[in-house]
Design a protein around this ligand. Structure first.
Ligand code: HEM
Length: 396
């Protein structure tokens, strides 16, 4: 998509895209500065009409909205319930666990020599971390991982539980999130909630069920379902694809890999370049609440406005040589987690730490690593995903 984004940024940075059908049209916002302007102004550009391209009616919105699809006071109150659990300091407490999990994953995968890096390394790692934060019992963890991996928000026919836009999903139209695995996750979440209500646990579920949001309105059963599901899905594919893209980029840029190997203290900084380079979420959507001008275009109340984060991350006005992968890049003002938005990724510190620890543990274990086949991509306009990364490694 990079060439198309480049053309749009230069020729029509706020572009009206009428396809695929009349009420599916949207404004494509592709410049960094316009993305930031929209992201910072939730009063004009609301999330409450939903944040993907699909059009939902009011009844669907009412059952499906999580914090991601709310504005103002209620959004803040829901987010605050777990905000403290996702601060840099709070997630640092998972450092030892993350390192242990990473080491275990790598020590199982790397000795295989030739393997699929997605399947063996990046796929299950992020959701395993969430299982820990939710305090899912050991014997249920694999089940949660399987559900999480079936609920992926893309349009790729290879996946069992297609969430959006498919004929298959029509069967689930009247159900929240319309996907069989989601319904199982709801059941499972409710079971955990029932067990932990009134207890003194410090896991995410206990905190949700034993706390009243700051606006005084208790969590409804649907609020809980949608919160629990958001936690299971939000950091899963995103973090997985970032780790996979980063591995691929390091294989394709051996001089950058050598730099990190020589000076592992560069890794935390390099994570920012990994995030920019990977841009695992192509876009999120807003809806205009009033007529407004943006980039010389007249946006009308009710129009969909789509922020193409991936394009913003290659904007040459902000990034010198944006198509160069440079682990020492400075002033890396990427929009991978959004920018200035009240919805700025709640899990950003966790994702950053997961990626950092993954490469801190990986690099010293590996002497060389090369690709052994094609790298099939996920078919999706939402996630920039890699399905398989066939590699061969020599151990250090
Ligand atoms: C929100 C990206 C990892 C939880 C967001 C948003 C983006 C994003 C762009 C903003 C959505 C919007 O503006 O409408 C990413 C990327 C990740 C990642 C690229 C990995 C590289 C995680 C992780 C978690 C997480 C590990 C942990 C649970 C959330 C939640 C929200 C969110 C709960 C909603 C925040 C709100 O509405 O206030 N993420 N995310 N994310 N993310 Fe992440």
């Amino acid at each position: 998509p990079w060439r198309m984004f480049h053309t749009l940024r230069h020729e029509d940075p706020v572009h009206w895209q009428p396809e695929p059908s009349p009420n599916q049209g949207f404004w494509a916002v592709t410049r960094h500065e316009d993305i930031v302007r929209v992201d910072r102004d939730p009063q004009t550009f609301t999330s409450s009409r939903f944040v993907n391209l699909e059009e939902l009616d009011d009844s669907q919105i009412a059952i499906r909205a999580s914090m991601l699809e709310r504005d103002g006071l209620r959004h803040r109150a829901l987010r605050q319930m777990l905000q403290k659990q996702f601060t840099p300091r709070a997630v640092a407490e998972y450092g030892a666990f993350l390192r242990g999990l990473t080491a275990k994953t790598l020590d199982a995968a790397l000795p295989k020599g030739r393997f699929d890096f997605v399947k063996e390394v990046s796929a299950d790692f992020p959701i395993n971390v969430l299982a820990r934060m939710l305090d899912v019992p050991e014997e249920d963890t694999q089940q949660l991982i399987d559900w999480g991996n079936r609920i992926i928000g893309n349009t790729d026919p290879d996946y069992a539980d297609v969430l959006l836009h498919s004929e298959e999903s029509e069967r689930y139209r009247d159900l929240p999130f319309r996907s069989p695995a989601s319904l199982e996750v709801f059941d499972y979440g409710r079971r955990l909630a029932a067990e932990r209500r009134g207890g003194d646990g410090t896991d995410l579920v206990s905190r949700l069920v034993n706390q009243t949001p700051a606006d005084g309105v208790p969590l409804s059963p649907a609020d809980f379902d949608n919160y629990f599901l958001l936690l299971v899905v939000a950091g899963n594919e995103t973090t997985r694809h970032t780790i996979t893209h980063s591995m691929l980029a390091l294989i394709q840029h051996p001089e950058q890999l050598a730099r990190l190997r020589e000076d592992p203290a560069l890794i935390p900084k390099a994570v920012e370049e990994f995030l920019r380079w990977a841009s695992p979420v192509y876009h999120f959507r807003r809806t205009a609440t009033r007529d407004v001008e943006l980039g010389g275009k007249q946006i009308k109340e009710g129009d969909k406005v789509v922020l193409w984060f991936a394009s913003g991350n290659r904007d040459e006005k902000v990034f010198g040589n944006p198509y160069d992968f440079d682990v020492t890049r400075r002033d890396n003002d990427h929009v991978t987690f959004g920018k200035g938005s009240p919805h700025f990724c709640l899990g950003n510190s966790l994702a950053r730490l997961e990626i950092q620890i993954m490469f801190e543990e990986l690099l010293p274990r590996v002497r060389d690593i090369r690709l052994t086949g094609d790298v099939p991509r996920v078919r999706s306009n939402f996630v920039n995903g890699i399905k398989e990364l066939p590699v061969e490694v020599g151990l250090a």
